[in-house]
Design a protein. Structure first.
Length: 190
């Protein structure tokens, strides 16, 4: 098996009532509620992947806030996971959450990649547009340069994401300047 619990299954499907029931009847104590599957995903990672902001809110209400900020096995947080799957409603919930907020989405992982880099890697143009339109994120986050000099344009080119490159080109606040950016090793997208 993959190590997931019934709480992971409930989170995947957005069944907050099941999660409440599990806790109320002591079927899973808080330690087991925080258990990760073999990929080191907890129930918050699962909820972010499947676009279940109600589950994320329940996690806060249940006093398990640490689950929201712990990284998955690949180092990604819930914002990265939501961005990779095109879950803009979940990203909006994170941005609006007093516990997390825009600063959480602006933070980067160990590889200094932003949620915008993750969205570009996974061809999530809708997420990139949402970031651009989000007043506390916007073009500044989209222009974030990772420590190796990679922009979202470099990431899109590396992973053959032509739709993202077209979107960058057609976005006035990004455009050709971002497409021509040079990484720290001197490479460009071409």
């Amino acid at each position: 098996t993959d190590g997931s619990t019934i709480a992971h299954s409930a989170a995947k499907m957005g069944h907050v009532r099941v999660l409440r029931w599990i806790v109320e009847f002591d079927l899973i104590d808080p330690v087991l509620l925080a258990r990760t599957a073999t990929d080191r995903w907890n129930i918050a990672h699962t909820a972010a992947c499947y676009g279940k902001p109600d589950v994320l809110q329940w996690i806060i209400d249940a006093g398990q806030c640490a689950l929201l900020t712990s990284p998955a096995g690949n180092g990604w947080g819930i914002g990265d996971i939501a961005a990779s799957q095109g879950q803009t409603e979940t990203l909006r919930w994170i941005a609006d959450s007093p516990r997390l907020g825009p600063a959480f989405l602006r933070s980067t992982g160990g590889d200094d990649r932003s949620v915008a880099h993750i969205a570009a890697r996974h061809n999530q143009v809708d997420v990139l547009q949402w970031i651009l339109d989000a007043s506390q994120l916007g073009a500044l986050l989209l222009r974030h340069v990772a420590s190796d000099g990679f922009t979202i344009a470099h990431t899109a080119a590396k992973f053959n994401r032509v739709d993202v490159l077209r979107w960058i080109n057609s976005t006035p606040s990004l455009g050709v300047a971002l497409l021509k950016a040079t990484s720290t090793d001197g490479s460009t997208i071409a």
